[in-house]
Design a protein around this ligand. Structure first.
Ligand SMILES: [Zn+2]
Length: 311
């Protein structure tokens, strides 16, 4: 069985034909922002999908889209530069034009679907996913089903609050976990630590990769920065575990690749705050799909999930 999977990103829109036996068998992509308008973007997307249907018998289509509202089935793109942006029902549009069943999921949740079908999440029917990248995202899978909430936005772990934290978050609120545990958060902590420890405010911030490299070389400011980051995450993880009681926490996103040496302190911090009934039971795993195309495999899983129900 073959499906088309699509990841609508701010920079690129990626498409893939995914075979249930052989994985990704064909890919295509185009620059999202090269579209001159939202209508032009939708037309380009449709033409790209059509081209992939020429050589393949497609059962269904899965799409990972930003700001997708599962209640209204509308995709509400907010970060794109076009004047004609409006809430848009991608599912109906594609189904009307191509007569292929289409399913859409929030891009943040799509990674958990990939993990559940293709990755480490196969071992754990119930897990939470924590995605550490530019921001901090998450998703919840219960009994092999994505729990995406009433409107499709569940798992926003990044905007849960940290005690006594006054950092301003991009969401408009203050004290969100994402302002510590994310690429931007790590840089902010580094800057504050530099000032506290050395009395110097850095003119130019190092990249997060450099902070990890310097920490490996025992740079005190970088070490303290990363220890604070992951100890804070550990504390908050205990909250999520108390609420959801998952079998595992699966980490993904670029920064989770470098988690290994901080993992034990993070876990210690988490476990010591768990109720005794919870302790020692949760597995903490870094995704094994990080270098594979999770952005395509996630929407593909969504399409397979629906197609298998129909067969
Ligand atoms: Zn926030």
């Amino acid at each position: 069985m073959k499906v088309i999977a699509i990841d609508i990103g701010g920079t690129n829109t990626e498409l893939g034909v995914v075979d249930s036996e052989n994985g990704i068998v064909e890919v295509a992509s185009f620059k999202t922002k090269n579209a001159t308008s939202f209508d032009n973007y939708i037309e380009t997307l449709l033409n790209n999908i059509k081209s992939l249907t020429v050589n393949h018998d497609i059962q269904s289509i899965g799409i990972g889209a930003p700001n997708f509202d599962s209640k209204s089935n509308e995709f509400r793109p907010v970060n794109f530069p076009w004047n004609d942006l409006r809430p848009f029902n991608l599912k109906s549009f594609i189904e009307e034009n191509l007569n292929i069943s289409t399913y859409v999921v929030n891009d943040a949740n799509a990674a958990a679907l990939a993990e559940n079908r293709f990755g480490i999440g196969k071992k754990y029917p119930s897990f939470i996913m924590v995605t550490i990248g530019t921001g901090l995202g998450g998703a919840i899978v219960i009994n092999n089903k994505l729990f995406d909430g009433a409107f499709g936005y569940s798992g926003e772990f990044g905007h849960t609050k940290v005690d006594h934290l006054s950092r301003q978050c991009n969401c408009g609120s203050v004290g969100c976990l994402e302002t510590i545990v994310s690429a931007n958060g790590i840089k902010k902590t580094y800057s504050l630590n530099m000032k506290n420890i050395t009395g110097v405010t850095p003119e130019q911030l190092p990249t997060v990769k450099e902070i990890f490299t310097r920490a490996n070389q025992k740079d005190a400011v970088c070490l303290q920065t990363l220890e604070f980051t992951f100890e804070t995450l550990g504390t908050k993880l205990s909250d999520f575990i108390h609420i959801i009681n998952p079998q595992a926490v699966v980490f993904c996103g670029n920064i989770s690749k470098s988690l290994e040496i901080y993992k034990s302190k993070m876990i210690d911090n988490c476990e010591k705050q768990l109720l005794s009934d919870f302790r020692g039971k949760v597995k903490y795993e870094v995704s094994d799909l990080l270098d594979r195309k999770m952005n395509i495999l996630g929407p593909a899983s969504l399409a397979f999930d629906h197609s298998e129900v129909l067969i």
